[in-house]
Design a binder for this molecule. Structure first.
Ligand code: ATP
Length: 232
């Protein structure tokens, strides 16, 4: 059974339609990546999953039930966690405090401050520092850790790599297998195609609000991906 499924999603900003008939599923234990150029609708899809936006048509199902009518906090308490684009940590709170805030509404599960520090050891020596003093990569690690502290069934990551050096991005992506092994399913949104394909079990490519291509990375050719990404 799918943990998350979207059928016929047509989300809009006022009169501007951003998604067109999007169909997508994430099975328990998978890593699914959504790639696509700027403005392709990837973040809008995540906002629709978590309930910041609603589709006038179709259905969002999570853990076996329709959730499209539920407010964000109820979807979160069912086990969704979104790490939004832009590493929005609380700058004046310490690393520890940021993590504890993430666990404020907590489901039972494996993630604790200690486990997050094992996942991202670079945070350990920063644990009592204000998050605003951290580097971009450390802030992104903290944002992911904060998302995990709620012990979500589905962790959604929006543009982990944005504005970070490749070596930092590789370090962050290296943590993903351990997250899945701990029982958390992952939906990643990325503009960095190489990184997304290297880690994902399945990938969806969005183009102008539509799913232009989907499949297992090794079954897709570079040409197919380029065509779906750039629309050529
Ligand atoms: P990015 O990588 O830039 O985040 P994306 O694939 O996540 O791209 P979205 O942010 O989902 O794309 O945007 C999809 C479309 O919706 C774009 O045309 C964008 O301009 C438009 N859009 C996004 N946010 C708003 C908003 N708040 N109001 C109006 N239009 C918006």
């Amino acid at each position: 059974m799918s943990l998350l499924s979207l059928t016929d999603i047509n989300s809009r900003y006022g009169t501007f339609q951003a998604l067109f008939g999007v169909e997508l599923r994430v099975d328990e234990g998978e890593i699914v990546a959504v790639i696509g150029a700027n403005g392709a609708g990837k973040s809008t899809m995540l906002k629709t999953v978590v309930g910041i936006m609603r589709s006038p048509t179709g259905e969002v199902r999570f853990a076996g039930r329709p959730v499209g009518h539920l407010p964000v906090h109820q979807r979160v308490s069912l086990g969704m966690s979104l790490v939004p684009e832009g590493r929005r940590v609380f700058p004046s709170l310490t690393v520890r405090e940021n993590l504890l805030v993430g666990g404020w509404v907590k489901r039972p599960g494996p993630w604790t401050v200690t486990k997050i520090l094992q996942l991202f050891p670079l945070l350990e020596r920063r644990i009592d520092h204000p998050a605003g003093n951290l580097s971009g990569g450390e802030q992104q690690a903290l944002a992911i850790g904060r998302g995990l502290m709620a012990n979500p069934r589905l962790l959604m990551l929006d543009e982990v790599s944005l504005g970070l050096a490749p070596i930092v991005v590789r370090h962050l992506y290296a943590a993903i297998p351990a997250i899945v092994e701990a029982g958390t399913t992952i939906l990643i949104v990325e503009q960095d195609i190489g990184q997304a394909l290297s880690v994902a079990d399945r990938v969806y490519c969005f183009l102008e609000g539509k799913v232009a291509l989907s499949g297992r990375p090794r079954e897709l050719t570079r040409e197919q991906i380029a065509a779906a990404y750039f629309g050529v």
